[in-house]
Design a protein around this ligand. Structure first.
Ligand SMILES: Nc1ccn([C@@H]2O[C@H](COP(=O)(O)OP(=O)(O)OP(=O)(O)O)[C@@H](O)[C@H]2O)c(=O)n1
Length: 422
């Protein structure tokens, strides 16, 4: 079948030249789907099906363009070529025809192929009709069972594309929900990450929970968890309106290597057990990194304290422990107030205003203390050996400083000496 071919599929937009692809070769998957939807992609990732040796094709292209080469699956013969601004995956065709390959995929909208040599669209499963209707329809229930990650992919793609899940498909997913635990936890984590990051993610998370997909990973959620999740984005917007810098921080990554935003950390904190040590186990099972786990458990532990930290000393300790997690903690504290105490957002905003203002002021000594005296100099001045006591004295000096009790290095040392003698 040949149909409407969007110009964005043209090989001029690829990071390599068409001449390096054997005949036949097909483009498939998200790039074709999104091009037909007229949906722009943040990152160019192309998927190709090659009836001949796909790995060899990938190797040749990587070599020719001095791009990275990764053998993703030596058995199924899938390899990735990594260009500076794009990736291209080359997979051996499954079965003896393109149609067979397409029939083994997850949803009809993901089973549309494009032949770049003939510029033809091949759509044996009528994916284009489902694209136009905005529907995710399984190709076969057996395919969902073959790779149960597809169960969760339905909710992720519905959230990202603004689609619905066709009722028979949704019923099949419910029926197969328990199979999701057979999938490597890492793959599940990636899908959950996409879900949390998409604008309607909370709606589809709640539906996925209802359909039995999430309990296996977040066993301690309650209906309230999802009510909280549903207002996180709104609360973040409220905070960002008042303090744009806080909004920017929430969109930032926990680490460049860990592409989870602080906002997603706040969302995860809604889903885990309120006891940080239990939360840690849940997140470890999902193979979250140490940085992410630390961020979520810190948020879970500290957000209730935001309201009760009244003295400078208490505030000092909250800031010390929160560090970069502060923005996510502020979101959670507000979410809690709005939902549990049914307060209006603006009302609560003012309650947190002093702490947030401190946090955003780099010169504020409560949130961002600087030392009047270093640990080394304190040890010399008081003739102390290295021990935890030095740290405790430094903390007391920092607190005395923000309370206005000491202002100079000499006074700080004298203050520490007094504490020691007392
Ligand atoms: N568990 C999976 C993963 C992928 N696919 C097929 O492989 C294609 C490419 O997969 P992937 O790149 O992971 O996802 P996309 O659908 O391309 O979506 P996006 O790029 O937006 O994440 C999919 O479209 C689908 O045809 C599948 O059938 N089952």
């Amino acid at each position: 079948m040949s149909g409407f071919v969007p110009s964005t599929l043209a090989s001029e937009n690829w990071p390599f030249s068409l001449e390096w692809l054997p005949q036949p070769a097909y483009m498939v998957g998200g790039a074709v789907r999104d091009a037909m939807l007229g949906r722009s992609r943040e990152y160019l990732d192309l998927d190709f099906v090659i009836p001949s040796d796909a790995v060899k094709v990938a190797r040749t292209i990587a070599h020719r363009y001095q791009a990275g080469f990764v053998l993703l699956d030596p058995v199924r013969r899938i390899a990735r070529v990594v260009f500076p601004q794009a990736t291209a995956d080359f997979a051996q065709q499954e079965g003896d025809s393109l149609e067979t390959d397409l029939h083994r995929r997850d949803f009809t909208v993901n089973a549309i192929a494009y032949n770049p040599h003939t510029q033809e669209i091949i759509d044996p499963l009528n994916g284009y009709a489902d694209l136009q209707a905005g529907v995710l329809r399984m190709i076969a229930k057996a395919n969902l069972k073959d790779d149960p990650l597809r169960l969760l992919r339905a909710y992720r793609q519905a959230a990202q594309l603004g689609f619905t899940i066709e009722p028979t498909t949704q019923a099949a997913i419910r029926d197969l929900a328990s199979h999701l635990c057979q999938v490597a936890a890492e793959r599940v984590r990636v899908e959950i990450g996409y879900l949390l990051a998409s604008p309607q993610g909370h709606t589809w998370m709640a539906i996925a929970e209802n359909d039995g997909l999430l309990k296996q990973f977040f066993p301690n959620t309650t209906p309230e968890s999802f009510r909280k999740l549903a207002v996180v984005d709104e609360v973040a917007d409220l905070l960002a309106k008042q303090w744009p810098q806080l909004g920017v921080e929430l969109q930032g990554y926990v680490r460049e290597t860990v592409k989870t935003t602080w906002l997603s950390i706040a969302k995860l904190a809604c889903l885990v057990h309120p006891d940080p040590s239990v939360a840690e186990i849940e997140l470890q099972k999902l193979t979250y990194s140490r940085a992410e786990i630390r961020a979520v458990t810190t948020a879970v532990k500290l957000f209730p304290q935001l309201k009760t930290a009244n003295t400078l000393r208490e505030q000092y300790f909250v800031f010390q422990e929160a560090g970069m997690v502060f923005a996510a903690i502020a979101v959670l504290a507000l979410v809690q107030d709005i939902l549990v105490e049914a307060m209006s957002g603006d009302n609560r905003l003012s309650a947190y205003s002093p702490l947030i203002t401190r946090y955003l002021n780099p010169d504020d000594l409560v949130a961002h203390p600087t030392q009047l005296v270093s640990g080394k100099n304190l040890m010399i001045a008081l003739d102390l050996p290295p021990s935890p006591l030095v740290g405790e004295l430094l903390t007391e000096i920092a607190i005395a400083r923000i309370e206005g009790k000491v202002t100079t290095t000499e006074a700080a040392i004298a203050f520490a000496r007094q504490l020691l003698e007392g």
